[in-house]
Design a protein around this ligand. Structure first.
Ligand SMILES: *[C@@H]1O[C@H](CO)[C@@H](O)[C@H](O)[C@H]1NC(C)=O
Length: 198
């Protein structure tokens, strides 16, 4: 009897997996945003605006700009107590059309604590900060790139292919330029409206 039961269970499972309708799951080809970002093959030309760099106890703050993309972005690179680095890039505007969503409630004990920078160094094209727990973050200005070292071994390089792409919120359509799925997008039965783009 138990063999028969096992066979039945298997059959039931097989039946279930066939019933999954792949068409109900969104993939990159269904999202204009995803397609636009994956299609980016040429460097986007972001650089750190030299006189925008400022340091405080725990962070480097600066402005990024790209001739190609037009608008400016604000960058903050913050060293954290738990030996991580937080890199934050957002619209530069003090009064954005709409503040971007920030998942602050994922930290159930409040915001993680920032770690004091031990030492910093700046030359013509880069700024380096060192933390007391042996990490080093190098921010290159032209082109913009961030390399992160742990005990002198590189562990991450951000924007090394120079493909940083950022879509600003805006009002006003440019139908010829905006491309597919910029302001609204359909998937199956549902329509996704994007009043501020992307
Ligand atoms: C230093 O800058 C970081 C990142 O912008 C910010 O979160 C932090 O509050 C600043 N610290 C002080 C003391 O202003």
């Amino acid at each position: 009897a138990s063999l028969c039961f096992a066979a039945l269970t298997l059959l039931a499972l097989a039946g279930f997996s066939e019933a999954v309708d792949r068409g109900k799951f969104k993939s990159c080809t269904h999202s204009g945003f995803c397609k636009r970002h994956r299609a980016q093959k040429e460097p986007t030309g972001y650089e750190v605006v030299a006189d925008s760099i400022s340091l405080n106890n725990t962070a480097v703050n600066a402005v990024l700009r790209s001739k190609e993309a037009g608008n400016k972005l604000k960058l903050s690179v913050v060293t954290m107590e738990d030996s991580t680095v937080r890199i934050h890039i957002d619209d530069e505007s003090e009064n954005p059309i709409k503040p971007r969503f920030q998942p602050v409630d994922v930290f159930d004990e409040g915001q993680p604590r920032q770690q004091k920078i031990k030492k910093h160094d700046q030359d013509e094209n880069s700024i380096t900060v060192m933390t007391k727990d042996g990490h080093k973050v190098v921010i290159f200005m032209i082109p913009f790139r961030i390399d992160i070292y742990s005990n002198n071994r590189i562990v991450a390089s951000i924007n090394s292919k120079e493909l940083l792409k950022f879509e600003h919120y805006r009002r006003g359509r440019k139908p010829k330029k905006d491309g597919e799925g910029f302001w609204e997008e359909d998937f199956g039965e549902s329509r996704d409206l994007k009043p501020w783009v992307s």
